[in-house]
Design a protein around this ligand. Structure first.
Ligand code: CIR
Length: 254
């Protein structure tokens, strides 16, 4: 059974880092309700849930994906690219110790898990504003130990690699064109989001099924996914999108 580790929404979530989004601050109460819906959708899809308590001193803590990368028996606990988020990692490391050999990332390396996309035995890693060359090197060493190869990808627009490219299955990615260098994905099957629906690219697949958890509000991409043989299940994550996050960011999955 696949597992998803989530982290609850603190009452301070309105102060989450916002680099790319305009508009009102996220509403913590609505975000908490949307987080509940997200957890229910994961559970209904077959994920076993583990939860880490929220930390009010860390408004971005629900974006737990950025703090850890699971590769085989190893959990790499990252050093997040935004300095305000570095205090998020210790509680996540504690939660992972019972399941994995935990390896921590040291300065000057930085890496956000939102930049790491695993397809089969290949680890694609975004070179982004948050993930530096030293971080990519550390990830590459861990990936090698776990029997994976690493492929760097230039992220030109958007926060992370997975803001624009995500796994639908081991062979297929969902892509928002124009955000990352497409060349490393040549040879993979790719489904493009509908024009004007770039935010639709951030989806969570359900291993061993055709189900894909998708963000609510992108109807044309949902139709494209259905036509490609997938079964989209929509969850509203508007408050997390206000803070540059989305579905993948809200869990570490293995
Ligand atoms: C940040 O700027 O770090 C958070 N407000 C959003 C992080 C989103 N994480 C992700 O896409 N993996």
């Amino acid at each position: 059974m696949p597992v998803a580790l989530v982290r609850r929404v603190p009452e301070t979530f309105g102060n989450a880092v916002r680099t790319g989004s305009a508009g009102p601050d996220p509403d913590p109460d609505l975000a908490a309700r949307q987080h509940d819906d997200y957890c229910r959708a994961l559970a209904a899809a077959g994920y076993a849930l583990r939860s880490v308590d929220a930390d009010p001193a860390m408004p971005d803590c629900p974006f737990v994906e950025d703090t850890a990368v699971i590769l085989g028996e190893i959990a790499l606990v990252t050093r997040p690219g935004h300095p305000s988020r570095r205090g998020e990692t210790s509680a996540v490391a504690d939660a992972l110790t019972q399941h994995f050999e935990v390896v921590t990332m040291e300065p000057p390396a930085t890496l956000d898990g939102g930049d790491v996309l695993v397809l089969g035995r290949t680890v694609f890693v975004g070179a982004s504003r948050r993930t530096n060359a030293a971080g990519i090197e550390v990830l590459g060493r861990i990936a090698f130990r776990a029997g994976h190869s690493t492929v760097p990808v230039e992220v030109d627009r958007g926060l992370h690699l997975k803001s624009a490219v995500n796994r639908l299955d081991d062979r297929t990615v969902l892509v928002a064109p124009g955000f990352v260098d497409p060349r490393p994905f040549a040879g993979r099957a790719a489904v493009a989001v509908a024009a004007g629906e770039d935010g639709a690219a951030n989806v969570v697949d359900v291993p061993g099924t055709n189900a894909v958890i998708v963000p609510d509000g992108y109807p044309h991409t949902a139709q494209i996914l259905e036509a490609a043989g997938f079964e989209p299940v929509a969850v509203d994550v508007s408050e997390f999108e206000r803070a540059d996050g989305g579905l993948t960011c809200l869990s570490v999955r293995w």
